[in-house]
Design a protein around this ligand. Structure first.
Ligand code: AMP
Length: 397
């Protein structure tokens, strides 16, 4: 059984075709600059050379058509016809309060994705375009929506409610949702298996540290708290996002600089975080290199990034009255051994002890805590595409 996984951005479309017999990736690729001049498709099939196809893609529909051609091409293709694709799994950013889990798409589901455009203005319209493009290209094939917000929907009200007048929750569903849910769900589940913990009671903290970063706390695989909020702006400091901030800072800067709220949010989303603080880059490798070369702002930026992670882990360990496992994932979490070491050194009060030699590993599932450590600490590569494919398979089987 083959599942096609689609992740649509406003001008991009990432795909993977996964053989669910052994969960191997048969082909994957990326359409870039959809709707913009100079669009191209980069396609790679297992065991074959990567190909770049430069062709106009005015819409996501034409992009999907091109992907279908690439998948069936006699040279770089991997299937004879789309009949070999059993279903399509789509990453959808926001499911609002309606969706607690993945679901087979019908008109009602599409209406809800549309209703959530306000909550995910950059992603939800693109996600819906991807679904409709697949419906047109492969009529009758099941499409499954896998929501980034679904994992956070098990949070109790004390964790998801903002301390603002209740009418805003009632009228507009203003609450904390959390994002990176597919990754947190996948990694927390893998952490429980890897550490041999009780799947009903295990207390797990997942640190998804990449360009976007978030921390989640789960008990028995169910999310009890997570650091992102109504939007992905809340929580940790990130590549370009500020994370938690006193809202009065917005008013202060807006008054001083004559900016409106849209400009201000653009600054907090795109020009803040590690980029704004370091003045160097949003890429943590650049900042690490600069810090190593003696740049003080870069060093402070890294310290601030790790400090906030340490605080969130402490808060979640307290909220759960303990923690059995801590898992690091995503670009920084999987590759930055020094960062993991710095974080773990500040968790000795929890009984965390890591093997610094073993911790030097990159991108490979590894237990980095010592046998004596009270908390199992691990590096667990995330795989959102596989998680989407697994959910899709489970719903269409
Ligand atoms: P992601 O968003 O998960 O793709 O993660 C991207 C981030 O991971 C970028 O900021 C990269 O600089 C960062 N990253 C990748 N490798 C390393 C590394 N060895 N040390 C520090 N950061 C890294």
């Amino acid at each position: 059984m083959k599942i096609l996984v689609i992740n649509c951005g406003s001008s991009s479309l990432k795909y993977q075709l996964i053989d669910m017999v052994d969960e191997s990736v048969i082909a994957k690729g990326l359409c870039e600059r959809i709707g913009i001049e100079g669009s191209k498709l980069t396609h790679s099939a297992a065991g074959k050379d990567k190909v770049v196809i430069t062709k106009d893609m005015p819409t996501h529909k034409t992009a999907i058509e091109l992907v279908m051609e690439a998948l069936q091409d006699e040279n770089h293709g991997v299937i004879k016809s789309t009949d070999e694709i059993s279903a399509i799994g789509h990453r959808v950013l926001h499911g609002g309060m309606k969706f607690y889990k993945s679901i087979v798409v019908n008109e009602e589901v599409k209406d809800v994705i549309r209703e959530c455009f306000d909550l995910g203005p950059l992603h939800n319209p693109a996600n819906l375009m991807g679904i409709e493009a697949c419906e047109a290209a492969m009529p009758g094939k099941p499409n499954v929506a896998v929501f980034d917000t679904a994992f956070g929907m098990t949070m109790p009200p004390k964790a998801y409610k903002y301390a603002i007048p209740e009418e805003y929750f009632e009228k507009y569903s203003i609450r904390r949702y959390g994002f990176h849910g597919t990754s947190h769900n996948f990694v927390s589940g893998e952490a429980i298996k890897f550490a041999g913990l009780d799947p009903e009671t295990a207390k797990v903290i997942v640190c998804h540290l990449g360009n976007g970063s978030s921390v989640s706390a789960s008990i028995g695989g169910k999310c009890v708290d997570t650091s992102m909020g109504l939007t992905p702006l809340e929580g940790l400091m990130m590549g370009t996002r500020s994370g938690d901030i006193d809202p009065a800072v917005l008013q202060f800067i807006m008054n001083k600089e004559g900016k409106d709220i849209n400009e201000m949010l653009n600054i907090l989303n795109k020009k803040s975080g590690a980029l704004g603080m370091s003045g160097i880059s949003s890429d943590f490798r650049d900042i690490t290199n600069a810090a190593e070369a003696g740049n003080e702002r870069a060093a402070i930026t890294l310290d601030a990034f790790f400090y906030r992670i340490i605080k969130y882990i402490g808060a979640y360990a307290a909220a759960m009255n303990g923690v059995d496992a801590i898992a690091f994932t995503a670009g920084v979490g999987e590759n930055d051994a020094d960062g993991r070491r710095k974080i773990c050194e500040s968790l000795s009060y929890l009984g965390v002890e890591i093997d610094t030699a073993v911790n030097k590993v990159r991108g490979v599932k590894t237990m980095i805590s010592t046998p004596n450590s009270k908390v199992k600490v691990m590096l667990l590569p995330t795989n959102e595409e596989l998680a989407i494919a697994r959910d899709t398979l489970a719903l269409v089987k």
